[in-house]
Design a protein around this ligand. Sequence first.
Ligand SMILES: Nc1ncnc2c1ncn2[C@@H]1O[C@H](COP(=O)(O)OP(=O)(O)OP(=O)(O)O)[C@@H](O)[C@H]1O
Ligand SMILES: O=P(O)(O)OC[C@H]1O[C@H](OP(=O)(O)OP(=O)(O)O)[C@H](O)[C@@H]1O
Ligand SMILES: O=C(O)c1cccnc1
Ligand SMILES: [Mg+2]
Length: 549
Amino acid sequence: MSSDRKNNIREMARQNGIVQPLLTDLYQITMAYAYWKSGKVNDTAVFDLFFRTNPFQGEFTIFAGLEECLKFLENFHYSDSDIEYLKQTLPATIEYEFYDYLKDLTCKDIKLSAIEEGSVVFPRVPLLRVEGPLIIAQLLETTLLTLVNFASLMATNAARYRMVAGKHVSLLEFGLRRAQGPDGGLSASKYAYVGGFDGTSNVLAGKMFNIPVKGTHAHSFVTSFSTLGDIHSGTLRHADTETQCDFLKMVLECRKRVSEILDVSPEEASDGELAALVSYAQAFPAGFLALVDTYDVKRSGLLNFCAVAIALNTCGYRAVGIRIDSGDLAYLSVLARETFNQVAKELDLPWFAKLTIVASNDINEETILSLHEQGHSIDCFGIGTHLVTCQRQPALGCVYKLVEINGQPRIKLSQDVGKVTIPGHKEAYRLFGADGHALIDLLQRSTEPAPEVGQKVLCRHPFQESKRAYVIPSKVEHLYKVYWNAGKICTFPKPLVEVRERVQTSLRTLRQDIKRNLNPTPYKVAVSDNLYNFIHDLWLQNAPIGELF
Ligand SMILES: Nc1ncnc2c1ncn2[C@@H]1O[C@H](COP(=O)(O)OP(=O)(O)OP(=O)(O)O)[C@@H](O)[C@H]1O
Ligand SMILES: O=P(O)(O)OC[C@H]1O[C@H](OP(=O)(O)OP(=O)(O)O)[C@H](O)[C@@H]1O
Ligand SMILES: O=C(O)c1cccnc1
Ligand SMILES: [Mg+2]
């Protein structure tokens, strides 16, 4: 077996334990019984999973969650205790043979086609197409939706943060404590990474998904120290010579020196904070990153930090930086950078000017945009609540609709035209323009030939007759691959880092005006002329003609 395949199998083995066939809505199982009882066991269906509106008032979405969907299909099986629970829970009138039927159900007859995970996707273009026995395809609905909805919402949210932050700023996800429960927290960490974050504070996410784990320390570490007397031992072993240095003495001398450079009094600085920073530096001399806003950034935190960082330098270590978690983050970060520049110059330590400044505290997209406008010196944002709870829009509205049964197309009508489903078994293509950008996504009936490079294609708005355009694509991308067929995975999902890269390469194919934060231009999603006529004929056949009195 190739090592690639072995790795894939190892990756796939880590299925989230709560994702199982009973993680569904009751009505899927009651419908399954009613289908079964009404002789629909051999009916075959096609379902499309898609959303109707992009989240966060944006005009794009990142598709994520596919790997988890495949793990779910692979492991789909009702255990004996599941069957026992259903027997106790469903009405006693249910025929026992139905439970025998459920006991043997697997996804061996299901075929799943999907867009590549990490791609930019748009309203109405199915992300997943599920084909196979009606009953089993129906039973998959809720679980597939829960696996795709939050994953895609989170990946989109994270990608938006990455876009506003720019590529030179680090982004760390700090949200576990505020997430929607343990599983929400775990998924948030995973898909924040996919969307473009650099790391997470969530240790289990690091272990499970191989995401870099990062962090600083909390205010409680600082406030747990009151005086210099709380320092356990004042010494530190030199990085190169391994001799014991009188670290505390060096720190106190440095604090005096820095207070002169910065023109702040060492008496105003907190000794408790200094004791905490000394102790933290002793624990992590090569990774010293300190929280400086517990008492006063200017008069205490920066002074104490610089004193410890300079003493560390004398002992052969380079400090990493600071975190600011309150106050005016633009002003304080600029102040911190000026301080570091001053120390770098006065003490001839050029690297001091490049110390990392991490900012946190209720950061969201708007805060980052505003900070960029004001000017700041932040290298890294630590973001929790707004990111992981997707506070600006807490849910993506993916739906799962029957589009074909036993080879016959199905349409769901609605007073709201946007909610009318696009019937039948379809293919989706992305057509690219001459400048290399994605121009339009085109849905066609699967029986139609694929659009070709250099050949004129008529693209029509699915519901507005007058909206149509000819497109001569410079490149055509067929959006679907078969990922699951005949009981096994047939296209292995890519490792998470590659999905993460795919997000950025896919976003680069979008024009800037589609990605901008304020009033972005909608991306076009069209249907072929053939599909347009097919939809509208079926619409007329299915819409009753009213009578006026
Ligand atoms: N320069 C800035 N421009 C825009 N928003 C900022 C700026 N600096 C900080 N913020 C944001 O303003 C809010 C400040 O929060 P808040 O009013 O709770 O103050 P605080 O500094 O956290 O107070 P406390 O010291 O009591 O914790 C945060 O959401 C933060 O991200
Ligand atoms: O984006 P955020 O939700 O702010 O996530 C990060 C925050 O979490 C931590 O503190 P916590 O909020 O627990 O306490 P504090 O704000 O009261 O210090 C940290 O110090 C940040 O402030
Ligand atoms: O490591 C940190 O600084 C951190 C982790 C979680 C929440 N807030 C901060
Ligand atoms: Mg906070």
